[in-house]
Each structure stands twice: as structure tokens, then as C-alpha cells.
Write a protein that binds this ligand. Structure first.
Ligand SMILES: Nc1nc2c(ncn2[C@@H]2O[C@H](COP(=O)(O)OP(=O)(O)OP(=O)(O)O)[C@@H](O)[C@H]2O)c(=O)[nH]1
Length: 508
């Protein structure tokens, strides 16, 4: 192995190391901290075989834990929605609509992020307290707490509120069944479930919800642990490769040192020889002197050659080892990259409709707007919302609602060109982007979308259900930012709703 090719290999290895750690960076704060650990421990030694084995064992476990996480996230989302629905069902109090909508928007945005679950539950607690503490619309005006303590007043209303608390407690107990927790928490869960099943008192509710939140946080921590384990394995493998690189570097240094040593030795012997030749006075002694010098030089050369051979052998061995490690590393890098890309795609995709979600919209819209502004081309934003969608849920149930949410965008997609983009912005709201399209043309196409939805015969549980959408359209102005464009289109959507729904309105 010659020096330049070995240098090249070392360079490849360095790139592989940094590329692998960079791959993981920026996806998640916890992940980032593990990546930092990778960089710190990269200079320490490690056992490659053990690491490889552990890495192979860790991978399926990670995938499994991802799947479990998704199904838990879905459970949490539907539990939160159920909790809100229970609050809505009581007949003597009104759930504050703007607070409710804000919470639903947060659920839609954050249901896949475990770190947000406790916050969502806390927000629900606030909504529940604000709802239940309101004066009853048709009953007594005293606060819920007063009424709870003074049982002579409005027994019906109290009964209703207690029913709500019982149902909410029951739903939270269901959530606990779905948390994946170590057995050490079995007793806590059992106690909490018993307390929840007996609870009919709003005053105890915050404590019970707090305990539920604590257990949710423990479950979330456990999930992170599996990811951290996986990355620790990767960390060890990187450290092992780094050890090999350092060794190869040392071999290179010792090779060039030997070469320098030989040079100096040879120069010194040549100098001595030439001095001895000049000083020699007769032929015989000159002959024997030259023979002696030549034999010294030859011994030095032989010693050097065998030293070189030995070092080359060692170098070849360590290069072969490195090659193996690089191949393995490249393989792991590829599978890690695929895993991260999959995670990224998951984070950008709405799992119900398979459409890009609001995060994807926010990533895409700014560069798109800038590109169109730079090219002096028009671009239009179209905000579309299914009309009276709550009624679909209330009449046919959430599953039927989900079915409609999957079918409507399919119908809409048929009316779009391949340049158009479509996102599920939230609940029953979809956003479309028509690049290189004037406002006039966008209105015409939005009208086609509206007609296509109205004309589609939707069937739920064998019965026809008529579905319509309201649409707001706006065209990007020179210098305008995407937020202001969205606001203008959204205002038009509200005008369409106010104007009786099943309409297209545009900002002209
Ligand atoms: N089934 C189902 N329902 C959802 C989903 N996301 C949001 N929703 C429901 O969508 C409904 C939206 O209701 P509202 O915001 O009151 O609007 P609407 O009934 O469509 O009425 P308008 O928009 O005023 O025409 C709420 O009941 C949400 O629970 C989902 O993923 N699946």
C-alpha cells in the first residue's frame, strides 16, 4: 500500500465519521446531545466485534419501538379528542369555543410529539375547568364549586357535571392502559386507575390528571431511552474506527521516520567513506576500507529493507481492517440515513390522508414564494375547509369523519395539475398552492375543486352524505410574505363560510 492511497483512505474514514454524526444532527434535541457524545468519545477505544453485534441487535428494536410509539401517539390523540367530546356532550354548560379550537389545533399539530402530550393534557384540564366552572346556561348561576358544596341547589346540573367527570376519569384510565411502562410502575397505574374510576369530584381532578401526566412523562422518557441506546451503539462503532485511523496515522509517521533515519545514516556513511578515501595512502588499505564501508552500507540497506517489509505488512493488515470497517460503516450509514429519512418523512406527512402536513407546508411555502417573486411569476394560495364537518362526526362517528377526510382530498387532487401542491393544514382544512397561476385562473380552478367535491356521491355506512367545501383564494403580491398571503386567503375562506358556505371567495 503506497502512502497516497493510505492517506486517501484515512480521508474517506474521516468523512464517514463526520457524515454519520451530521446525519443525526438537528432532528431532535435529545439526538443532538447523543451526537455530541459521539464526537467527544470518538477518541476513546472500543471493541469492534461486540459493537457490531450490539448494533445489529439494536436496529430491529428501534424500528419496533417506533411503531409502538406511533400507535401510542394515535391513542393519545383519540383520547384527547374523546375528552373534548365528553365535555361538549353536557347540556347545561358551553365549552368555550375559541379555547376548544385552539386546543384541537394544538392536538393536530403535536399529537406525534410525546414531549407535548403532558402539555396537551394540561391544556385539556384548563378547558375542563373553564367549562365546568362556568355558570350554567339554563340552571343556577352559582359557580360549579359552590354548587358542588351546596348540594341543595340544582341537583340536575350537579349530576350532569359529575357524569362528565366520571366519563373523563374513565377515558383517562383507558389512556393509562395504553402506556408502555416498566413493571415497577404497575402499582402506581393500578392505584391511579382505581382513584380515577371512583372519582366524581372536580376538586380532585387536577391531582389525578397531574399523576396521569407524570406517568405519561415516564412513558415518553422510556421511548427516548431506546433511541439513545441505539445511538450509543453507533457511538462505540465510530470510536473503534477512529482508533484504527489513529493507528494507521502512527504507522505512516513511523515509516517516514525510518526513511529519514536511513537517509541520515547513508549520508553519514558516504561522508565517512569519502573522508577515509582521501586520507588513505596506499591501494590495499583503500580497497579493504572501501569493502568495509560498502558492507556497512549494504547491512544498513538490508536492515532497512526488512524493517520496511515488516512495516508494510503491518500497514497492509491495518489497511485491510480499516477497509472492512469502512464498508461496515458505509452500510450502517446507509441504513441510518434511510431510517432518518423515513422519520423525517413521517414528521412531514399526515398519517390519515398521507398528504404533506402543516410542517411540510411551512417548509415549502417560503422558498416557493421567493422563487416566483424572483421570476416575476404569479402564485396563488387556496385555503379550503369542509363545511359543517363536525356534523359528520356527530352524526356518523369519528371513523366516518376520518373516511370523509381521506376521500375529499382524493377528489380535490384529481382537479389539480402536477405542479400544484396540496397539504393537510389542520383538522378539516386543506391548503393548495398553485404556482405560475394568475388569480383569475386560480379562482376558476378553485371553483372546479368546489364543484368536484359537491358532485361526489360520498357514502357513509351505506347512506349518501352530501359534502361541500368553502374556499378562500389570494395571489401573492410583490414583496409580500407567505404569512400575509395566508391571512388574506384565510379571510376569504371565512367570508365564504359567512356567505353561506359551498362558495369560492377571492381577494382581488
Ligand atoms: N374524524 C375526525 N374529525 C376531526 C379531525 N380533525 C378535526 N376533526 C373535527 O372537525 C370538526 C371541526 O369542526 P368545526 O371547526 O366546528 O367546523 P365545522 O363543523 O366544519 O363547521 P364550519 O367549518 O364552520 O363549516 C371538530 O369536531 C373536530 O373534532 C380528524 O382527524 N378526524
Amino acid at each position: 500500500m503506497t502512502e497516497p492511497s493510505s492517506d486517501k483512505l484515512i480521508e474517506v474514514l474521516r468523512k464517514a465519521v463526520s457524515r454519520t454524526s451530521m446525519l443525526a444532527e438537528g432532528n431532535d434535541p435529545q439526538l443532538d446531545s447523543v451526537v455530541r457524545q459521539i464526537r467527544q468519545t470518538i477518541t476513546k477505544g472500543a471493541n469492534a466485534e461486540e459493537i457490531q453485534k450490539a448494533l445489529n441487535n439494536a436496529e430491529p428494536f428501534l424500528i419496533q419501538s417506533d411503531e409502538a410509539h406511533l400507535s401510542r401517539a394515535k391513542q393519545v390523540r383519540s383520547t384527547l379528542q374523546d375528552l373534548i367530546d365528553i365535555l361538549e356532550k353536557q347540556d347545561d354548560k358551553q365549552v368555550p369555543q375559541s379555547e376548544k379550537k385552539q386546543l384541537e389545533a394544538k392536538i393536530r399539530l403535536h399529537w406525534q410529539q410525546p414531549s407535548q402530550w403532558p402539555l396537551l393534557l394540561k391544556d385539556f384540564l384548563t378547558l375542563a375547568e373553564n367549562t365546568l366552572n362556568q355558570p350554567a346556561t339554563d340552571h343556577a348561576k352559582s359557580s360549579f364549586f359552590k354548587r358542588l358544596l351546596n348540594r341543595s341547589a340544582k341537583n340536575d346540573a350537579i349530576k350532569n357535571t359529575q357524569d362528565i367527570i366520571i366519563q373523563v376519569s374513565h377515558t383517562l384510565a383507558g389512556l393509562l392502559n395504553n402506556l408502555s411502562l416498566p413493571s415497577i410502575h404497575d402499582n402506581d397505574i393500578a392505584d391511579l386507575k382505581t382513584a380515577l374510576s371512583k372519582n366524581d369530584n372536580l376538586q380532585q381532578f387536577p391531582d389525578l390528571l397531574d399523576e396521569t401526566i407524570n406517568l405519561v412523562m415516564v412513558a415518553v422518557g422510556k421511548n427516548q431511552e431506546s433511541l439513545t441506546n441505539y445511538l450509543n451503539q453507533l457511538n462505540k462503532q465510530l470510536a473503534s474506527i477512529n482508533e484504527s485511523i489513529t493507528h494507521s496515522d502512527q504507522t505512516q509517521k513511523s515509516l517516514s521516520k525510518s526513511r529519514e533515519g536511513l537517509n541520515t545514516k547513508l549520508q553519514q556513511q558516504m561522508k565517512d567513506t569519502s573522508k577515509a578515501v582521501q586520507e588513505a595512502s596506499e591501494l590495499n588499505s583503500l580497497k579493504s576500507l572501501i569493502n568495509e564501508r560498502l558492507s556497512t552500507i549494504s547491512t544498513t540497506m538490508t536492515a532497512y529493507r526488512s524493517q520496511m517489509k515488516e512495516q508494510e505488512k503491518q500497514s497492509n493488515q491495518s489497511i485491510a481492517l480499516l477497509k472492512n470497517k469502512v464498508t461496515r460503516m458505509e452500510k450502517d450509514t446507509t441504513s441510518l440515513r434511510a431510517l432518518l429519512q423515513e422519520k423525517l418523512a413521517q414528521a412531514m406527512t399526515d398519517s390519515l390522508t398521507d398528504l404533506p402536513n402543516r410542517t411540510a407546508y411551512q417548509d415549502a411555502i417560503l422558498p416557493l414564494c421567493k422563487a416566483m417573486q424572483k421570476a416575476h411569476k404569479p402564485i396563488c394560495l387556496v385555503v379550503c375547509d369542509i363545511d359543517h364537518f363536525k356534523k359528520v362526526n356527530d352524526t356518523w362517528g369519528h371513523l366516518a369523519g376520518d373516511k370523509v377526510l381521506r376521500l375529499v382530498p382524493k377528489q380535490i387532487r384529481n382537479m389539480l395539475t402536477k405542479e400544484d401542491l396540496m397539504f393537510r393544514y389542520g383538522g378539516e382544512e386543506f391548503v393548495m398552492v398553485f404556482p405560475d397561476t394568475t388569480l383569475e385562473k386560480a379562482i376558476e380552478r378553485a371553483e372546479n375543486v368546489r364543484l368536484a367535491v359537491t358532485k361526489t356521491p360520498f357514502n357513509v355506512q351505506g347512506e349518501p352524505v352530501s359534502i361541500s367545501v368553502s374556499i378562500g383564494v389570494a395571489e401573492l403580491q410583490p414583496q409580500e410574505d407567505p404569512e400575509s398571503l395566508f391571512d388574506r386567503a384565510d379571510k376569504q375562506l371565512y367570508l365564504a363560510k359567512d356567505g353561506g358556505r359551498n362558495k369560492v371567495m377571492a381577494h382581488k
